[in-house]
Design a protein around this ligand. Structure first.
Ligand SMILES: NC(=O)c1ccc[n+]([C@@H]2O[C@H](COP(=O)([O-])OP(=O)(O)OC[C@H]3O[C@@H](n4cnc5c(N)ncnc54)[C@H](O)[C@@H]3O)[C@@H](O)[C@H]2O)c1
Ligand SMILES: O=C(O)[C@H](O)COP(=O)(O)O
Length: 401
């Protein structure tokens, strides 16, 4: 079986993939049509930020699994993968510390104007007067949007800096806030109004597009810092540009609209050029530690997929299928028994959804659960029961909606 690794990946973890019996095609930098072409030969594809378009799923019919060696899956056409029954998995949390560290790097850089300090000295300018103007982080209020793996890692570090931390996140309960030792804001606007630094850590989804809206940015106090290490799409880009141009806010961002997907390119960023903006090159996850953890998780996912048939961290398995009923058939573990059961289901014109067959010790009996999208007629159940030499027991339960 062939695995295509289309982005940088630590060498010794490529060996771990080979150790799983895979033939490894390591071709970092592949993209577009070349990626689709190379994926034709592969059963598994591993990528970082390389875009995996619908075309890849169209032409690479042998592809079974795509692993995003990172957190965000917004660069993969997950819908196209789902339409073709291809699993998509990611490595959640494995790069959270690296991103939290960069977030603090940016926060400290803004407060102390470190990049401008350095640039001035490189140009032969000494300006202690200007660069001495810093507020300090201790005691200041940090707002965190998105209290997942990265948001929590940022909160922990902010507490060590003596900052007051307030959070806003989906499904963020008062109990969770208490457990983290932080305050909880009722809304994103309420959060923005009270913080001197706002940092965002949500995924790019249809729900989060423009989440940090013009209104939210306007609610930040004058002189506040806005940090984005998640995705450019989660912010109203125009409003952010305007705030940064006016110099009312200081912006630190690791992600930019239309940023290149690969390692090197020429790229003109309007936002990145402004004096009130410190922009980095989407390097949040790029520490050796994080890439090692990500690679280990990638190997674990591939291993479990190959050897146990399960896909850890799968992001595209239906949370809810159209199934409304579950047929439970305890049966003798013999050739053709399940085929006969499914034949009865087919003859009733019912669609089977998820099917699970569990074998008991000794391999004499098994229990098969078949989820059905409508209620089967009694005759169908009788028909299955009537094969007494094969069937031990048949039951039907209605699934909770
Ligand atoms: N700059 C980088 O290199 C880098 C590295 C890793 C991750 N990221 C980005 O950061 C994102 C977050 O990563 P993570 O590991 O913390 O993910 P995560 O899934 O652990 O956390 C995301 C949090 O956002 C919350 N959330 C989701 N939708 C929301 C909404 N509409 N409103 C409020 N809260 C919402 C979730 O409840 C969750 O708590 C990733 O999806 C990725 O886009 C960037
Ligand atoms: O979502 C992620 O994991 C980050 O954005 C990292 O992207 P990268 O793997 O391209 O550095």
């Amino acid at each position: 079986m062939r695995i295509l690794v289309a982005d940088e990946f630590p060498k010794h973890h490529l060996d771990s993939l080979r150790g799983l019996g895979l033939s490894v095609d390591f071709r970092p930098g592949l993209k577009g049509d070349a990626l689709a072409e190379a994926a034709k030969e592969a059963s598994i594809l591993v990528v970082r930020s390389t875009e995996v378009s619908a075309k890849v799923f169209e032409v690479a019919t042998g592809l079974s699994l795509v692993v995003r060696a990172g957190a965000g899956v917004n660069t993969i056409d997950v819908k196209a993968a789902s339409a073709r029954g291809v699993f998509v998995a990611n490595c959640p949390g494995q790069n959270a510390i690296a991103v939290a560290e960069l977030t603090f790097g940016l926060m400290l850089s803004v407060d102390r104007h470190i990049p401008d300090n350095v640039a001035a000295l490189r140009q032969g300018v000494w300006n202690k007067k200007r660069f001495s103007q810093a507020k300090g982080l201790y005691g200041r209020t940090l707002g965190i949007v998105g209290l997942g793996a990265i948001g929590v890692a940022v909160a922990e570090r902010a507490q060590a800096f003596g900052m007051k931390v307030v959070g806003y996140s989906r499904s963020f309960t008062p109990e969770r806030a208490k457990a983290l030792g932080i305050e909880r804001a009722e809304s994103l606007l309420a959060l923005a109004r009270q913080c001197e630094v706002l940092t965002v850590h949500v995924p790019a989804t249809a729900d989060t597009k423009g989440l940090v809206s013009r209104q939210v940015l306007a609610a930040l106090p004058d002189g506040a810092t806005f940090i984005n290490t998640s995705r450019a799409d989660v912010v109203d880009t125009e409003a952010l540009l305007e705030e940064a141009r006016r110099g009312r806010l200081f912006v630190a961002t690791d992600v930019l609209p239309d940023e290149p997907k690969g390692g090197e390119a020429t790229f003109q960023s309007e936002l990145g050029k402004l004096p009130h903006v410190y922009a980095t090159h989407h390097i949040g996850a790029s520490t050796e530690q994080a890439q090692d953890a990500i690679a280990r998780e990638t190997v674990r996912i591939v291993d479990q997929f190959l050897n146990e048939g399960v896909v850890p961290n799968c992001v595209n398995v239906a949370e809810r299928t159209p199934a409304r009923y579950q047929l439970i058939v305890r049966h003798h573990d013999r050739v053709g028994v399940l085929a006969n059961v499914l034949d009865a289901v087919r003859q009733a014109g019912i669609n089977a959804q998820e099917i699970e067959n569990t074998i008991f010790e000794g391999a004499h009996a098994a229990c098969c659960k078949i989820q059905l999208d409508s209620r089967p007629p009694d005759e169908m159940l009788e028909r299955i029961r009537s094969r007494a030499e094969e069937i031990i027991f048949v039951d039907l339960v209605e699934l909770r909606s």
